[in-house]
Design a protein around this ligand. Structure first.
Ligand code: DAH
Length: 339
């Protein structure tokens, strides 16, 4: 029995000595000291030992256990320290390496242009108002004095949801919605997305943006309209910018005009940018038609007003000298990064 014990002990100590990791060490512990371990099985076979020898054998087993446990602990401490050193070496951080850059995006050219338009009009005391993109035919057309047989109502131009509901073709319906609320005077702009059944090309898209403007008060005249838009053009395109009002027709204004600005590229001499004319068209406008005022519950004898509609993409394209509208919608980061 003594020899057997000595053999177990020597084997155990030798294995502990040779072990190269904490997992291995644990296996050894289980193999010798565990419930089914070798040393434990010696204790279990005690009944075969003569009763007078039992205390002696018991003592020997305990000594062997103590020695094995001691060696296990000693080795565990050494191996654990080695493992930690290895881990620290592996996870070393080089604080001299350059940091990773976080890419922050920035505003889309359309958004930059819109914020500029808003800044200018808010500075003149205007409010920014929103309206629905899915709009009643009544607001998009009827209340703006656009009769049922008007070509704009053709399915070639307008997306219909059903016979009464359309994707708004212009931001002008927000005029009617604002006037109907009955709070006067009105000084508002309304930016937003509009939709037309157009094929995509360099200057057309089935979805684009407009900024509507509306002023209603007592004694508003064409002079107010001209002064306001001239000031807007100067702020938007530069102090030297001149404006030209060309008579035009819009059903909801009378008189109506289209506004050109002097080409800010060549100063009006004529260049590739303004197609040699010296002028660039930027918006439509006019004095709000008395019919429209009446339909929206405003007395045209007491109140007058003006309205205008700017194409937002047009402003962005002009401001940044972009020659193809499609670039604004393709979301190509190489393009967008430039603004
Ligand atoms: N809604 C017009 C369009 O889409 C633009 C416009 C013209 C708006 C004259 C107005 C206006 O408010 O008075 O072409």
């Amino acid at each position: 029995m003594r020899e057997k014990l000595e053999k177990i002990k020597a084997e155990a100590l030798q294995q502990i000595e040779a072990s190269d990791g904490l997992d291995k060490l644990n296996e050894i512990r289980v193999a010798y000291l565990g419930k089914k371990g070798q040393l434990t099985s010696v204790l279990k076979s005690m009944k075969e030992v003569a009763p007078e020898d039992r205390p002696k054998v018991g003592q020997l087993v305990n000594e062997a256990r103590e020695q094995i446990e001691g060696k296990l602990e000693e080795t565990r401490v050494v191996l654990a320290r080695r493992a930690r050193e290895l881990q620290l070496k592996k996870e070393v951080i080089d604080v001299t390496l350059p940091a990773k850059k976080t890419n922050t995006g920035h505003s889309h050219p359309n958004t930059i242009a819109l914020e500029e338009v808003e800044r200018i009009f808010i500075g003149m005391g205007y409010e920014v108002v929103e309206g629905p993109e899915i709009e009643l035919d009544e607001y998009n057309f009827t209340k703006l004095n656009i009769p049922p047989n008007h070509p704009a109502k053709d399915e070639q131009d307008t997306f219909y949801i059903n016979k009464d509901i359309v994707l708004r073709t212009q931001t002008s319906p927000v005029q009617a919605r604002t006037m109907e609320k009955g709070k006067l005077p009105i000084r508002m702009i309304s930016p937003g997305r509009v939709f037309r059944s157009d094929e995509v090309d360099a200057t057309h898209s089935p979805s684009f943006h407009q900024v509507e403007g509306l002023v209603i008060d007592k004694n508003i005249t064409l002079a107010d309209l001209k002064g306001t838009l001239a000031e807007f053009a100067r702020e938007m395109f530069g102090e030297e910018t001149k404006v030209k009002f060309r008579p035009h027709h819009f059903p909801f204004t009378e008189p109506s005009a289209e506004v050109d600005v002097s080409c800010f590229k060549c100063g009006g001499k004529g260049c590739r940018f303004c197609k040699g004319t010296g002028w660039i068209e930027i918006l439509g406008c006019g004095m709000v038609h008395p019919h429209v005022l009446e339909m929206c519950g405003i007395d045209p004898e007491e109140y007058t007003g003006f309205a205008f509609g700017v194409g937002l993409e047009r402003i962005a394209l002009l401001k940044y000298e972009i020659d193809d509208m499609r670039l604004l919608y393709e979301n190509d980061i190489r393009f967008l990064k430039q603004f």
